[in-house]
Design a protein around this ligand. Structure first.
Ligand code: GLN
Length: 488
């Protein structure tokens, strides 16, 4: 049998449907690949035995004619999704050996659709980071390598690395300011953050609740549509969940974009961006034109305030969400002299430096004297950014931008310089602030042979257009490069 780990999710589902191989066979092939790839440190917890049981159960269901959207597919789950009875860490020590008594709604949907779960994937601690170096379980190594080891991006670095290394057919991820799209760009994979409210946040460890959205990282645009179609859906357990139907996303990936108006925001040309990324963006414009789209210059004038606003709103919400980790109800505890002392010791020992930095920024901007100057002002900026997009939609249907201002960088290069690290998110945070869908599609290799992505941002709830544009981009870019399997 040929190497089943080289398949896309779409072809794996097709192969199982045709009886070419079983879920158990493709699951075992992926477990072997996961074990070979231990040096990438993509997993925090593996669930290989559980996966074999799930695969056998899937094969038995299929024999009876019951076939779900993800039937029998071995996938990975970012360790920010609560999984019933399976250790869930958010890559933090403060959760200790927490085994949730319940399952996130997204993974509940995927299980109901036949997912086989290979394990829980590494991430930046509480999804705070752009390089996976803030994980308390060690950094993830990008499968793409050039002389030195590179970061896979973050926070969903484990998800992106696992998909790029062909050790999972696809993976769940979350995106608060770019954590699906940036690691996808860094690893030559596809990642979509849907409209805020498409995927339930119930059972996902909260970072910044008004920005957090789940989505998939996948090998192809179509695979990302297949995964999102399982993950998304109304959930009464999340008050911000949208009661709307999924689109016809899988079909949309192949839809013509003739006549589609693609906006090019002039403010996304930023100082210091490598010329290669600018020229890839220009190439993207040509690809869209060749596919029949009309190119429209647009302006998003408040873009320059997006990053500062994000780094106020996100830490503010994080400081409030993270107040629950007090060592009393679950997770790790360091006993002190009295209650306050126990809180302090627990939180000092349990949270890593980046999380502590965010909590301090967040409590500062929410404090009585500074609330108006920082938090309230950031919220006003947020409204302006959403208005910028609304105005842009008068003249275009979707936007084309680079995903990130750089290619993947060396491990350790930016970790001590938070401002430089935060600049990674410059093209992605706007979609979170405005609640819009955004997808990163691998588009080319840079001069060092490292992957670069292009991003499509769409209107709220218009994932159909996003998938159509992404499908056209993928076809034109014809990105077939794979990292050398140096880890085997
Ligand atoms: N890199 C951003 C941050 O550190 C975004 C993280 C995310 O989307 N979870 O906050």
């Amino acid at each position: 049998m040929s190497d089943l780990t080289q398949l896309t999710l779409e072809s794996a589902l097709g192969g199982m449907a045709a009886g070419d191989f079983t879920s158990e066979e493709i699951t075992i092939a992926h477990i072997d690949a996961c074990m070979e790839a231990a040096d990438l440190n993509a997993f925090i917890t593996n669930t290989f035995e559980l996966a074999i049981d799930q695969a056998k159960a899937s094969d038995a269901r299929r024999a009876k004619g019951a076939v779900g959207k993800l039937e029998g597919a071995p996938l990975g789950v970012k360790d920010l999704f609560c999984t019933e009875g399976v250790k869930t860490t958010a890559a933090s020590q403060i959760l200790g050996d927490f085994k949730p008594p319940y399952e996130s709604s997204v993974t509940t949907n995927m299980k109901a659709d036949g997912m086989v779960m290979l394990g829980k994937l590494n991430l930046d601690e509480f999804a705070m980071g752009s390089s996976n170096e803030t994980s308390s379980y060690g950094n993830v190594v990008n499968p793409w390598k050039k002389n030195e080891e590179l970061v896979p991006g973050g926070s969903s670095g484990g998800s992106a690395a696992a998909v790029a290394a062909d050790i999972c057919l696809g993976a769940t991820a979350t995106d608060t300011g770019g954590s699906i799209r940036q690691p996808a760009s860094f690893t030559g994979t596809v990642g979509i953050k849907p409209t805020y409210g498409r995927c339930s946040r119930f059972g996902i460890v909260a970072f910044a609740s008004s920005l957090d959205q789940a989505g998939p990282i996948a090998k192809t645009v179509k695979d990302s549509a297949i995964l999102l179609d399982s993950m998304a859906g109304y959930d009464p357990k999340d008050s911000t969940s949208l009661n709307v139907d999924n689109g016809d996303w899988i079909a949309s990936c192949e839809k013509s974009i003739k006549g589609m108006r693609i906006g090019i925001p002039k403010e996304y040309t930023v100082d210091g961006m490598p010329a290669e990324i600018q020229s890839l963006w220009d190439q993207g414009v040509e690809w869209m034109k060749d596919a029949g789209a009309e190119i429209v210059p647009v302006s998003l004038p408040h873009t320059k305030y997006a990053l500062p606003a994000y780094y106020i709103v996100a830490p503010a919400e994080a400081s409030s969400n993270l107040a629950r980790y007090d060592g009393m109800r679950y997770g790790a505890r360091v006993d002190g002299e009295n209650l306050n002392d126990t809180y302090e010791r627990t939180r000092a020992a349990g949270f890593g430096p980046e999380v502590q930095r965010r909590i301090m920024i967040g409590t500062y901007v929410l404090s009585a004297g500074y609330y108006d100057a920082y938090y309230l002002r950031a919220q006003k900026v947020r409204t302006r950014i959403a208005e910028d997009f609304k105005n842009a939609w008068e003249s275009c249907d979707a936007l084309l931008t680079p995903t990130c201002p750089s290619a993947p960088f060396a491990i350790g290069r930016k970790v001590n310089d938070p401002i430089t690290m935060y600049l990674n998110d410059i093209f992605t945070v706007t979609a979170n602030l405005a609640g819009l869908p955004g997808i990163s599609v691998p588009a080319a290799l840079d001069k060092n042979g490292l992957p670069l992505g292009l991003q499509i941002i769409g209107k709220a709830l218009d994932e159909d257009t996003v998938f159509a544009a992404a499908g056209a981009l993928e076809k034109a870019a014809n990105f077939t490069a794979k990292p050398e399997k140096w880890w085997t």
